[in-house]
Design a protein around this ligand. Structure first.
Ligand SMILES: O=C(O)c1ccccc1NCC(=O)[C@H](O)[C@H](O)COP(=O)(O)O
Length: 465
C-alpha cells in the first residue's frame, strides 16, 4: 500500500539526515529552543465552533500536481487572513513534493500554529519539527505501534508541541486513545484505493470522548460537509485540495464556514490629515480621536480640522483616559463628538453624568485580565462595553490581542479591541461575534496609519458575509 511505500522512503530519508546531523545534536537543539507558546495548536482548536486547518500542499499521490504555481508563503498568509485556526504544511519531499523550507518559512511568517504534515516514523522527525517551528506533528496509527505512539507523544509533550494522531477505523481510534491522544484526526480517504467518504469521520465521532479534539481530514469540499461535521460535534476540518484550488481563500473559507453578521467598524487613533482620505475611501462606521497622552494624541484644534473633510456618515469618537469630566463635556460639545470612549478608571457616576450632559453614546473600555474584569462591568450604564487587552503600562493601543473565549460570558452587545489586524480579524469576528470592532495598531506601519492596511482589513470584514 502507498502508506508503506512512503514510510519506507521516509526511513531512508531520516537515516540520511542522521548522518548529516546526529540524533544527539537535533535533540539538544530542539530542547534548547524557546517555545513561546506551548501547545498553541490544541488551544487553537478548542473554539466553540468548528475550526479550520488549511493545508499548504503542492502535490499528492492521489491527485498528482495540485499547484503548478506554488507561492507557499502567500498561500499561508491568505489562510491566516481567511480565518484558519492552524496551517498544515506538507514536508514529505518525494510523494507530496513538500519541503522543510516551506514549514520553516511559513511558521516564521504567520502567528497561527503550524502542523508538520509528514510520515513520522522516527523520533528524530519530532525534534526536527520543533526546530523548524512546528506547533504540531502528525502521528499515523497505521505506521506506528502503540508503544511508539506513546513514546512520540511524550517527546512532543516535553517539547510543548501537539500530536495529531490519525486513525482510519475503530481499532485505530482505540489505539490512539490508548496512546493518550488529545487530538484525533480521522482520515476520510482510504489509502488502499484513495476513495473518500466523509461519513467515515462522522461515523467514528462517537468512538472518541468529547474532551478529545476530533478532526475530520480529507475530501471536505462544501458548506454542507462542514454543516454535517458541525452537527456531529467535529471540532476541526483539515482541508487541503479545496483550498489549494481556490484563488480567493477568504471567499472559500466564508463559503464553507457560512456567513456571519458583519460588525460595526471603528478605525481608532487617527491623527493626520492625510489619514482622513484613507478613512473616507473605506467608510468605517466610526473614527476614533485620542485625547489622552499617546503617540496618537490629538489636540482639539487638530480634530476640528480633520472633521471638515471627514465623510458625514462616519461618527466621531473621542477617547479619554481619566480626563476631568468638564473637559470631556466641553470637547463633546465643541467638536460635535458622537461617542465618548473612556479608557481609564472612570466610575459609573462619571458614565451617567457624561451621557446626560453630552447626549453622546458612552463606551466604557474594559481592559481584560480575567473574567472578573468582564463581570464587574456587565450591568454598566455605558451604551457599550469595549473589551480591550490589559497592559500594566498602556491604557490602550497595545497592539496585542487577548483570550476571546473569555467573552463567551458577555450577555450584551460589545466592541472588541486589542491587536486586531488583517491576520486575525476573521477569526476574531467568527469567535467573539462582537457588535463592533475597534482597529488601531493593526492598520499602522512605523507608527502611522497605513491606507493599504486599512483597505485590506475593511475588505476582509465585508467579505465575511
Ligand atoms: O491608541 C492609543 O494610543 C490609546 C492610548 C490611550 C488610551 C486609548 C488608546 N487607544 C484606544 C483604542 O480605542 C484602541 O483602538 C484600542 O485600545 C485597541 O488598540 P490596538 O491594540 O492598537 O488595536
Amino acid at each position: 500500500m502507498i502508506l508503506e511505500k512512503i514510510a519506507a522512503k521516509t526511513r531512508i530519508r531520516v537515516e540520511e539526515r542522521k548522518r548529516q546531523k546526529s540524533l544527539e545534536k537535533v535533540k539538544k537543539e530542539a530542547y534548547g529552543r524557546k517555545n513561546k507558546n506551548p501547545f498553541l495548536f490544541e488551544k487553537a482548536l478548542r473554539g466553540k465552533d468548528i475550526s479550520f486547518i488549511c493545508e499548504v500542499k503542492k502535490a499528492s499521490p492521489s491527485k498528482g500536481i495540485i499547484a503548478e504555481d506554488f507561492p507557499y508563503l502567500d498561500i499561508a498568509r491568505d489562510y491566516e487572513k481567511a480565518g484558519a485556526a492552524a496551517i498544515s504544511v506538507l514536508t514529505e519531499p518525494e510523494f507530496f513534493l513538500g519541503s522543510d523550507v516551506y514549514l520553516r518559512e511559513i511558521a516564521a511568517a504567520v502567528d497561527i500554529p503550524v502542523l508538520r504534515k509528514d510520515f513520522t516514523v522516527d523520533e528524530y522527525q519530532i525534534y526536527e519539527a520543533a526546530i523548524l517551528g512546528a506547533g504540531a506533528v502528525l502521528l499515523i496509527c497505521a505506521l506506528l505501534s502503540t508503544e511508539q505512539l506513546i513514546r512520540f507523544r511524550q517527546i512532543a509533550d516535553e517539547l510543548g508541541i501537539s500530536c495529531l494522531i490519525e486513525a482510519h477505523d475503530d481499532a485505530e481510534i482505540k489505539k490512539a486513545l490508548a496512546a493518550g491522544a488529545r487530538i484525533i484526526g480521522v482520515n476520510n480517504r482510504d489509502l488502499r484505493d484513495f476513495s473518500v467518504d466523509i461519513n467515515n469521520s462522522i461515523n467514528l465521532r462517537k468512538e472518541v470522548p468529547a474532551d478529545v479534539i476530533f478532526i475530520s481530514e480529507s475530501g471536505i469540499k462544501t458548506a454542507e460537509n462542514i454543516e454535517r461535521l458541525r452537527k456531529n460535534n467535529v471540532q476541526g476540518a483539515l482541508i487541503g485540495e479545496t483550498f489549494m484550488r481556490s484563488a480567493d481563500k477568504v471567499k472559500e473559507l466564508t463559503k464553507l464556514y457560512g456567513p456571519v453578521r458583519i460588525p460595526r467598524t471603528k478605525i481608532c487613533g487617527v491623527s493626520r490629515m492625510e489619514d482622513i482620505d484613507a478613512i473616507n475611501m473605506v467608510q468605517p462606521d466610526y473614527i476614533g480621536f485620542i485625547f489622552a497622552p499617546s503617540r496618537r494624541q490629538v489636540t482639539s484644534s487638530r480634530v476640528h480640522e480633520m472633521k471638515v473633510p471627514l465623510s458625514s456618515s462616519i461618527d466621531a469618537a473621542g477617547v479619554f483616559v481619566n480626563e476631568v469630566t468638564a473637559a470631556i463635556i466641553n470637547a463633546a460639545h465643541s467638536l460635535a463628538l458622537d461617542v465618548i470612549q473612556l479608557h481609564g478608571d472612570e466610575t459609573e457616576e462619571d458614565i451617567i453624568r457624561i451621557k446626560k450632559e453630552t447626549g453622546c453614546a458612552v463606551w466604557k473600555a474594559v481592559r481584560v485580565k480575567d473574567s472578573s474584569d468582564i463581570d464587574k462591568w456587565q450591568n454598566s450604564a455605558a451604551d457599550l462595553l469595549l473589551f480591550d487587552t490589559f497592559s500594566g503600562t498602556e491604557a490602550g493601543g497595545t497592539g496585542h490581542s487577548f483570550d476571546w473565549s473569555l467573552l463567551e460570558r458577555v450577555d450584551r452587545p460589545f466592541m472588541l479591541a486589542g491587536g486586531l489586524s488583517s491576520k486575525n480579524i476573521a477569526r476574531a469576528i467568527r469567535q467573539a461575534a462582537p457588535w463592533g470592532v475597534d482597529i488601531n495598531s493593526g492598520v499602522e506601519t512605523d507608527g502611522v496609519k497605513d491606507a493599504v492596511k486599512i483597505k485590506e482589513i475593511m475588505s476582509i470584514i465585508r467579505r465575511l458575509k
